[in-house]
Ligand binder design. Sequence first.
Ligand code: AHG
Ligand code: MN
Ligand code: MN
Ligand code: MN
Length: 337
Amino acid sequence: HVAHTHRTDLMTITRFVLNEQSKYPEARGDLTILLNHIVLGCKFVCSAVNKAGFAKLLGLAGETNVQGEEQKKLDVLSNEVFVKALITSGRTCMLVSEEVEEAIFVEPSKRGRYIVVFDPLDGSSNIDCGVSIGTIFGIYLAKDSHNPTLDDVLQPGNKLVAAGYCMYGSSCTLVLSTGNSGVNGFTLDPSLGEFILTHPNIKIPEKGKIYSVNEGNAKNWDAPTAKYVEDCKFPQDGSSPKSLRYVGSMVADVHRTLLYGGIFMYPADKKSPNGKLRLLYEVFPMSYLIEQAGGQAFTGNQRALDLVPKNIHDRSPVFLGSYDDVEEIKKLYAASN
Ligand code: AHG
Ligand code: MN
Ligand code: MN
Ligand code: MN
């Protein structure tokens, strides 16, 4: 029985999204087409990342982005690929990228209903040593696709219609949620060039054994964050200490958190009162996925998805992961107010 050792009924990401779409007779297939273009961008970046070492794609590009970060060649290349793929999809009217200072308004003849916010390459500091990196994206609907305004994208995360990420790791994995069919993971089969459904309906464990944070910032933390991390190492309730895992690529740290459970955090500190991670294209898409998988995402003050951005590159502290673990940090912040 060949079928026992080989999958013969391949659920590709395109087939999966088309299936979803067919549940909504009014759907016009625009989201399917848009996602196809995002998938193409992910395949391109995956291939570029794999050959970066011998294709002279490592190292700095020589420019600084609006965040004041030195751009890597792969940051610039990935940004260009996604901007072009998204515009040529004909389904977007506005784009916001980590690497571009202003929002990009698509020229009128190529406009569609969607707005895409994205981090073309997440984990820049890990590029040159071959550690997992990724792409993060979120999708909003514009009120009027003919006349998009900045207000259409300065929307809370609870208004996202879809979000996902692609991790360029030991395998290339794309995780997607469109809000009504849970969170699903697809692995790129390089021989087919197709993403195949490998992680259907991902649910994050209710409680985990891992905490993930840059502890090098500990001297600048506020009291609740410091207390939480202290409790991870020296639990007061007789339970075992948690393990520490921190890759330094949000995509990889969130992916592990989604599959294994636990908590990922980039808290506020004295030097960075809003933390480091950007709301629109890091905090919101990841918080959306975590909530869709049954977890929680908290800012230290409120539900992360309810924040309303004032500017496209705004940042926010974030604590996200297993429901019960995030509940603990929420209690500590509530008690400190
Ligand atoms: P990016 O590479 O897109 O600028 O994002 C970097 C982010 C994120 O991937 C990660 O979680 C975080 O920076 C790590 O920051 P520290 O090095 O301060 O821990
Ligand atoms: Mn960056
Ligand atoms: Mn990033
Ligand atoms: Mn980035």
